[in-house]
Design a protein around this ligand. Structure first.
Ligand SMILES: NC(=O)c1ccc[n+]([C@@H]2O[C@H](COP(=O)([O-])OP(=O)(O)OC[C@H]3O[C@@H](n4cnc5c(N)ncnc54)[C@H](O)[C@@H]3O)[C@@H](O)[C@H]2O)c1
Length: 490
């Protein structure tokens, strides 16, 4: 089996058996006297959290990142050990922290669960997915089997007195009703009784403030009991700059778990809310950007959202559903969280609005048209394509018979679609349709990009993210057909 690094294109053969015991023991003896942190899961959250721990604000840790020897993840372990950080992001601190950890030799990555037996603190940063449309009659489901397996692996080898800190976004109730019973049973079988279990969700934002969103930001936490809450607090105080960003302790792990999915559901609903107003503004000939700007002057209304292509990323697209699932499946309620579920349904369909705008400008005929999408990532200044709303737009254009070129300064490929992405701006060539899909700063006031578009024959331009300023819009309008989502005045 192979595992391919989507950044470098390099393939790694996955060995049949993983045994890093000797290497890990050597790593520990090279870091004698240091507390050991194991980070389970080296994705967008875990890789950065491992760097925050290896460069702890207060404390000197030896950090072991652990991931699975699977095609989607083995490359992350190999890349991290060979000098390549697996996430491409704008924040220079990521690479600084990574370089310091490599120089200090206080970070290593492995697929060997032996790591858990060496750790004083185990941070769980693995994915826990929501399956959309899993089978007829069910619009979504949460499969806990991978999460359970991960906790079982910890229970099998963690040492007595370990702090297990759950950072993965879980259905409220998970620490008490899923994690604790697994750990209790596993530890009892091994004749161990004492461990600490805490929950503290991540608010990490891969992008320009990737590290600061861990180290310099407010945190919520809770423990399964008083001792666990205290241990969690003690640990977090070494990672987070709590002098400037004090921690908030909640009264139970379920409350802390609920805080995570509620804050993301709030945001998802806020975005869904603006969708019908986007349509209204366009019908009424109104610039919704100007309207929102005016409303934002009220301190109580500063977080009203702007129009856009849609919602992407790993969190807002699933967390409201995970909360609703918990209400029914963990707490036995007949009714889920209907409004939150509805918000996800609206957001999931949002890219159709941009597609419809492009199709209207093309007089209903997209067949054979050459489309160029500027931006594939779901948010600016990072290469993260998970659940990107560009996915639906891409599929709809393809279905209508368009040929599609893609550009994103943070990507070379789009792994979910297995297609190439051009990194350079502008993309050379002649296109019938150009759609701005991501708010990357490289597209803003970019003279070369403007010139390339002005050099094309008359084409269709759709700005779905409000990246074009008034001057650029006027320039393009003189030659091309242009539509800005949420601006009925153009
Ligand atoms: N991405 C974000 O911006 C963000 C922000 C806040 C919270 N979160 C939450 O943090 C969690 C992790 O998210 P992510 O974006 O890092 O996900 P990810 O998919 O990028 O990474 C998860 C990693 O965990 C690994 N993994 C799965 N099971 C494992 C196991 N048993 N042992 C070791 N590794 C295992 C996977 O192989 C993968 O590499 C999720 O619950 C997510 O909702 C994410």
């Amino acid at each position: 089996m192979e595992s391919k690094d989507p950044n470098s294109g390099r393939s790694y053969g996955i060995p049949e058996t993983i045994d890093d015991r000797k290497a890990l023991d050597k790593f520990i003896s090279g870091n004698a006297g240091k507390k050991v942190i194991a980070v389970q899961g080296l994705g967008f959250v875990g890789a950065a959290m491992a760097m925050a721990a290896a460069n702890a604000y207060r404390g000197d840790y030896a950090v072991i990142g652990v991931d699975l020897a699977a095609p989607e993840s083995y490359w992350k372990v190999m890349a991290l050990n060979e000098g390549q950080f697996p996430v491409k992001a704008e924040d220079p601190k990521v690479l600084e922290f990574y370089e310091v950890a490599r120089k200090k030799k206080n970070f290593t990555a492995t697929c060997d669960p032996h790591a858990y037996s060496l750790a004083d603190v185990i941070i769980v940063d693995i994915n826990l997915d929501v399956q959309k449309n899993p089978k007829k009659g069910k619009s979504f489901d949460v499969d806990l089997s991978g999460f359970r397996k991960a906790i079982v692996a910890i229970g099998k080898s963690a040492k007595e007195g370990v702090l297990v800190l759950i950072e993965t976004t879980v259905p409220p109730g998970a620490c008490e009703k899923i994690v604790k019973p697994i750990l209790d049973k596993a530890f009892q079988e091994r004749g161990i009784s004492k461990y600490f279990l805490g929950h503290s969700f991540e608010r990490v934002m891969p992008g320009p403030e990737y590290i600061d969103s861990i180290q310099n930001f407010y945190r919520v936490y809770a423990g399964i009991d008083e001792g666990s809450a205290q241990e969690t607090e003690k640990f977090l105080k070494t990672i987070v700059r709590t002098d400037q960003f004090p921690l908030t302790r909640l009264h139970s792990t379920t409350a802390s778990e609920m805080a995570k999915v509620l804050e993301n559901s709030f945001r998802a609903m806020n975005i869904a809310f603006i969708e019908e107003w986007t349509e209204f503004a366009e019908e009424a000939g109104v610039d919704l950007y100007a309207v929102v700007d005016a409303i934002r002057k009220r301190p109580t209304h500063r977080n009203i959202m702007l129009p856009g292509l849609g919602v992407g990323g790993y969190c807002l697209t699933k967390d409201p559903l995970m909360a609703s699932w918990s209400k029914k499946n963990i707490f036995g309620s007949k009714a889920g969280l209907g409004e939150s579920e509805h918000a996800v349904a609206i957001n999931d369909m949002m890219p159709k609005h941009t597609f419809d705008a492009a199709k209207r400008l093309a007089q209903g005929n997209l067949k054979g048209k050459k489309a160029l999408l500027y931006g594939v990532s779901y948010r600016s200044e990072v290469g993260d394509t998970r659940s990107t709303p560009v996915g639906m737009l891409y599929d709809l254009l393809k279905k209508e018979g368009c040929t599609i070129s893609l550009q994103d300064p943070y990507l070379t490929t789009w792994p979910e679609k297995n297609v190439k992405v051009e990194q350079r701006i502008p993309v050379e060539g002649v296109f019938d349709i150009i759609i701005f899909c991501t708010n990357h700063k490289g597209y803003r006031n970019n003279k070369a990009l403007q010139e390339s578009i002005m050099g094309m024959k008359r084409c269709i331009i759709v700005d779905s993210v409000g990246i074009l300023d008034k001057g650029t819009i006027a320039l393009f309008k003189a030659k091309h057909s242009i539509k800005v989502i949420g601006r009925g005045d153009i």
